[in-house]
Design a protein around this ligand. Structure first.
Ligand code: CMP
Length: 140
């Protein structure tokens, strides 16, 4: 399998608890390389655009409010089978249902405050990486 890239977001609940380094260690110890990273405070417009696919869901408004409630760390990760690998490392969306040892099981506080986001397909990964990073900000 060739190298692949995925977009990761360390969410406000995790940055608030100073967990960026611990989460990054999990990526690095499992073969994912952080090839772009920045800590930013999303604007409401950015959060609305990023999660536009969930616009009709009942949790959309709360999700946007939460994602702009504090800083996030956006990152591009690269490695073998990176999209699936990151989803395995994150665990299920709901931390209560996530497997032992996954990021969400270890650090998630609830289905919304679930510590991390990861792209769900290679196509979405490419679009989500482009959403946050220009080519010159990605150094593989
Ligand atoms: P994420 O991977 O960032 O993609 C969409 C997010 O919506 C998801 O993680 C959750 O944090 C959030 N969310 C909040 N409520 C729900 C819900 N009931 N079902 C699914 N996702 C939810």
């Amino acid at each position: 399998m060739a190298k692949q890239r995925t977009l990761s977001i360390i969410k406000p609940d995790a940055t608030e608890r100073n967990l960026t380094g611990k989460i990054n260690s999990i990526f690095e110890e499992n073969g994912l390389r952080i090839i772009a990273q920045k800590r930013i405070h999303l604007s409401r417009r950015q959060a609305e655009q990023f999660y536009a696919v969930h616009k009709e869901r009942p949790f959309y408004g709360e999700l946007v409010d939460y994602m702009i409630s504090g800083p996030v760390v956006v990152q591009a990760l690269e490695g073998e089978n990176a999209v699936l690998k990151n989803r395995e490392l994150m665990g299920a969306t709901d931390p209560a249902k996530a497997d032992a040892g996954t990021i969400r099981k270890l650090y998630g506080e609830g289905i919304e405050r679930n510590a991390v986001h990861g792209s769900d397909s290679p196509e979405n990964a490419a679009a989500e990486i482009r959403f946050f990073f220009s080519d010159t900000e990605i150094v593989g």
